[in-house]
Design a protein around this ligand. Sequence first.
Ligand code: K2U
Ligand code: ZN
Length: 173
Amino acid sequence: MTIRPILIHPDPRLKKAADPVAEVTEEVRTLAADMLQTMYEAPGIGLAAPQVGVMKRLLVMDCVKEADQAPRPMVLINPVILWSSETRSVYEEGCLSIPEQYAEVERPAEVRVRWMGLDGEETEEHFSGLWATCVQHEIDHLDGKLFIDYLKPLKRQMITRKMEKLKRERARA
Ligand code: K2U
Ligand code: ZN
């Protein structure tokens, strides 16, 4: 397994829609394992393939936060949101591609998602709470959408400028 570098906004690959995964190959399995390792190391609770520069509709997440609970690593391939609740919830979101920037984002509080697992089987699950927020944040990544796209233009521009400065500094280092 390899920790893969996470792309930082602005980057054209973070704004493109990713392509469906046709079949679960050895390469897809390796990607999923690398993404989980990269996510835990960040640390994060979710990660989408475009964030490591791979334009495939694959995301990983593990929103178990209690240290005394067993982790629940999940790999979702070609995920589709089948249903979203009317009720909405607000969460202060962050993003591993937009480090150290946080802002409140409102999303449907519960979603029903269908996806293909690494075993090639279709599965459906109802998510609520932080899992619902996270899976919607990750599926947005597969569609080239970032949480800052939900913010007012001035706030979004401010964050983008900070990331451009960060990238200039990292390039010099
Ligand atoms: O996709 C990503 O960049 C990882 C995101 C996933 C996420 C963002 C907002 C809300 C839920 C999930 C995070 O940066 S992972 C870091 C993190 C950890 C705990 C709570 C919020 C964010
Ligand atoms: Zn993100």
